[in-house]
Design a protein around this ligand. Structure first.
Ligand code: ZN
Length: 232
């Protein structure tokens, strides 16, 4: 019998397969989920399964409380982090988590990624934020939920759809988007921004941030009501 969640699982499966294809994680590192807002469920990668062995039927469907709705495997251990974001933010249809090298490097250095150039400004109009380091107490409490809470704390006063990415200090990147495909795309964009910023800072440790008018120009070319980049 065809699963009522077949399409959601297929999209989540395809999005997960993009992670190693785009060189964003090795082995079992990372995970992507796809969210169905109308039904309040997400499909996520199972825990500890390698990407190239992953089948559509391995995907696990869970509701917003974390109860398994469909699937025979255990969901990713990061499932509670994804759920915190879906519960808090409207309009998010996918979340991706990777341990891609450059983005993780900045996260381990506990540094936000400065907006040095227009490639960055084409995608977001501010530095890629880095969360605070998790307290020992929070680590002991409920680690994956607390990771989500750290992200929400960091996004107070920010629009998650304008800044669809974050570095979790000491850990690595989480990205999201209106769709799971967009979440993975943003993970690839973040890795490229992280790599470019690393090169910039290496060449000139005192490199200046892009001036504000250039940031606005590039961001608004692609976002908002006056966007004019690309084809109609
Ligand atoms: Zn991780």
């Amino acid at each position: 019998m065809r699963s009522p969640y077949q399409e959601l699982k297929e999209r989540a499966w395809a999005a997960n397969r993009e992670i190693p294809k785009r060189g964003l994680a090795i082995s079992t590192f990372g995970n992507v989920s796809a969210f169905d807002d109308a039904r309040g469920v997400m499909a996520i990668k199972p825990s500890g399964v390698e990407y190239d062995r992953l089948t559509v039927d391995d995907l696990v469907v869970v509701d917003l409380s974390g109860s398994i709705v469909e699937g025979r495997l255990r969901p990713s251990s990061d499932t509670p982090t994804h759920l915190v974001l879906y519960r808090a933010w409207k309009g998010i249809g996918g979340v991706a988590h990777t341990h891609s090298g450059y983005a993780t490097g900045w996260a381990q250095a506990r540094l936000s990624i400065p907006i040095y150039g227009t490639t960055h400004a084409d995608h977001l109009a501010e530095d890629v934020p880095c969360t605070a380091v998790m307290s020992d107490e929070a680590v002991r409490r409920d680690y994956e939920v607390e990771t989500g809470e750290l992200i929400l704390e960091c996004f107070k006063g920010r629009d998650p759809l304008h800044t669809p990415m974050v570095l979790v200090a000491g850990h690595g990147p989480f990205t999201w988007g209106e769709t799971p495909e967009k979440a993975v795309y943003n993970a690839a964009v973040l890795e490229e921004l992280a790599r470019m910023a690393f090169v910039t800072r290496t060449l000139d440790p005192a490199a200046a941030r892009l001036p504000d008018p250039l940031i606005r120009k590039h961001f608004e070319r692609k976002h908002g009501k006056n966007a004019y980049y690309g084809q109609k």
